[in-house]
Design a protein around this ligand. Structure first.
Ligand SMILES: NC(=O)c1ccc[n+]([C@@H]2O[C@H](COP(=O)([O-])OP(=O)(O)OC[C@H]3O[C@@H](n4cnc5c(N)ncnc54)[C@H](O)[C@@H]3O)[C@@H](O)[C@H]2O)c1
Length: 256
């Protein structure tokens, strides 16, 4: 029963997080959009409230412990507790290892890995008070395979897969399930804030190279998250990663 549950979606102002926030709210959940980009957060809150959905934007930097603590406190004040956390916010860095500064490496790890750790730590405390909860970590297929020049992003996502099973075991005694979703190529152009929104520019080959015959959408990820946070459907699933990539990571590629 998801009706009335309180969910926090980090980075919920745009992209995949915005789809997760919308689908959760459409299914009766109260949703906090914990987003660093004020323009994106305000816009998304207005849009979803205009659809009659119960959402609240709380400006948050997931890499900052005080900001995370304050966001969780505001969620409890506003909605009375926390039942679900989706660690979705992330940044990337595509650059040669010889040109990337140590600060840039550390920033990606801090947002993509320390951020989920901090949000999990403070949300789990609240979930335990309510007798349980669910944490969903959004990793990436790049946790398992790479293109060149993506070291901190790939390493952070690999870390998030491991953080998932580690938290699942530590938090089991509080009846908190922790699961990981690894998206492949998801086209997010139409889910960006207005100033960045555009029509997707995808070639036929972009779709056809996927065994599923198409590039993914934010709702492909949101639908799995909705299933995973529902104890009646997914109550026996914890600690694992589920890949949602249209089959790309199991496809062998030989050049003729
Ligand atoms: N789009 C894809 O193809 C794809 C593929 C694999 C994994 N993912 C993962 O899915 C998640 C969402 O990706 P997306 O493509 O929708 O990204 P996006 O950039 O469209 O959205 C991410 C949101 O997170 C916010 N954010 C960034 N840093 C933050 C911080 N410190 N605190 C709070 N919010 C912050 C951004 O402002 C943005 O609104 C990410 O974890 C990403 O790594 C995406």
């Amino acid at each position: 029963m998801l009706e009335g549950k309180v969910a926090i979606v980090t980075g919920g102002g745009q992209g995949i997080g915005a789809a997760i926030a919308q689908l959760f709210a459409e299914n009766g959940m109260k949703v906090v959009i914990a987003e660093i980009d004020e323009e994106a957060g305000v816009e998304r809150e207005e849009l979803l409230r205009g659809m009659g959905l119960d959402v609240k934007f709380v400006k948050t930097d997931v890499s900052d412990e005080e900001s995370v603590k304050m966001m969780v406190k505001k969620t409890v004040e506003y909605y009375g507790g926390v039942d679900v956390l989706v660690n979705n916010a992330a940044i990337t860095s595509v650059k040669s290892i010889f040109e990337r500064s140590l600060e840039e490496w550390e920033r990606v790890i801090r947002v993509n890995l320390t951020g989920p750790y901090l949000c999990s730590r403070y949300c789990a405390e609240e979930m335990a008070k309510r007798g349980g909860g669910v944490i969903v970590n959004i990793a990436s297929t790049r946790a398992f395979m790479s293109e060149p020049d993506t070291e901190p992003y790939s390493a952070s996502k690999g870390g998030l897969v491991a953080l998932t099973h580690s938290l699942a075991i530590s938090l089991a005694k509080y009846h908190i399930r922790v699961v990981c979703v690894s998206p492949g190529w998801i086209e997010t152009s139409e889910w960006k804030k207005k100033s960045l929104r555009k029509k997707p520019e995808l070639r036929p080959i972009d779709h056809l190279q996927h065994p599923a015959g198409r590039v993914g959408t934010p709702m492909d990820i949101a639908q799995l998250c909705l299933f995973l946070v529902d104890d009646e459907k997914a109550g026996f699933i914890t600690g694992v990663n589920i890949t949602v990539d249209g089959g790309m990571t199991v496809k062998m590629i030989y050049v003729d």
